[in-house]
Design a protein around this ligand. Structure first.
Ligand code: SAH
Length: 285
């Protein structure tokens, strides 16, 4: 019997991040802060002959692309598709077939609301090898940089990532009854344009209007903004501050767990700020 070792042992200077001619690397760039890029992502970035990238990839990360590499922007804004998905698939295939080392760079994680699975499937069906490199997804990066733990013992035993993007029929049909447990954090991606519907349905299905909630815009980036309030107040916050995408919606008791304010330094919790939040916050842990 042969015993196959898994994962294969790699010596410290040997990487599996080798992008060969005619292959595609599907790489997650994280939520924006260049320091949240993985080493594996950086290795693929450095080997790219051509990069096909999205709107959510930050300028700091784009600055890491090799100078002589071709760059192709296929970013999309909600409802405004710069390049349709079919065309993106074709582009990836075309350049791989030309024998280039193709980097497909996406915000966050390619397999979380990133259509990475569809792109990989298309390439594989057409005989092109795909490397997959995860990225820190917005829910994880943005909440960390806002001082919100997604789960917390005794407060939230679970967390759901869900899309607030309307289906093609203009409806937002979500399993609302599964999203209202008090012990669960719910994170909506692409939900800013359907926020009224989201809050209305969550409250109608039993989530209390006073549930702590936050809106995080451009999380982990220099322009990061965090707006905190209660579930029932979110729509007003959006109007009042004219909050636009990319914004993440976080709902659950964890929002107030460590702080109730916007951190002066994203990703840094000061003991002084914590004390202030606890003294002023009625909800003690
Ligand atoms: N694949 C990405 C998600 C793409 S969907 C990931 O794993 O993060 C796009 C949505 O993600 C945006 O509408 C927004 O809700 C969220 N998002 C992505 N990056 C963000 C950021 N830096 N700040 C806030 N929200 C972000």
């Amino acid at each position: 019997m042969t015993i196959t070792e898994f994962p294969p042992k790699l010596s410290h200077n040997k990487s599996s991040a080798i992008l060969n001619a005619g292959e595609v690397a599907l790489v997650g760039s994280g939520p924006g802060d260049v320091e949240l890029l993985t080493l594996r992502a950086l290795r693929f970035i450095e080997q790219a002959d051509i990069t096909i990238y999205d709107r959510l990839v930050s300028d700091e990360i784009l600055a890491l692309l090799p100078e002589n590499a071709e760059k192709f922007y296929v970013g999309k804004e909600q409802a405004k598709h710069c390049v349709p998905q079919d065309k993106i698939n074709q582009l990836l295939l075309e350049h791989a077939k030309l024998g280039k080392r193709v980097l497909r760079l996406k915000g966050g994680d390619p397999f979380i609301f990133g259509r990475g699975g569809e792109e990989a499937e298309f390439l594989l069906q057409n005989g092109v090898n795909c490397h997959i490199c995860p990225g820190i997804t917005a829910a994880s990066g943005c909440t960390s940089y806002a001082g919100i733990p997604l789960t917390h013992r005794g407060v939230a035993q679970g967390c759901t990532f869900i899309t607030g993007h309307m289906q093609n029929n203009g409806q937002l049909n979500l399993p609302w009854q599964n999203l209202v447990s008090t012990q669960q954090t719910v994170v909506f991606y692409m939900g800013i344009n359907t926020l009224d519907k989201i809050t209305e349905q969550l409250i109608a299905h039993g989530r209390t209007p006073e549930t702590p909630a936050a809106l995080i815009r451009k999380g982990t980036q220099t322009e990061q903004q965090v707006f905190r309030g209660q579930l029932a107040q979110l729509s007003n916050l959006v109007k009042q501050h004219n909050i636009t995408p990319p914004t993440l919606i976080v709902i659950g008791e964890v929002v107030d767990q460590l702080t109730t304010e916007q951190l002066s330094t994203p990703g840094f919790l000061s003991a002084k700020e914590y004390k202030h939040a606890k003294t002023n916050n009625i909800k003690q842990a």
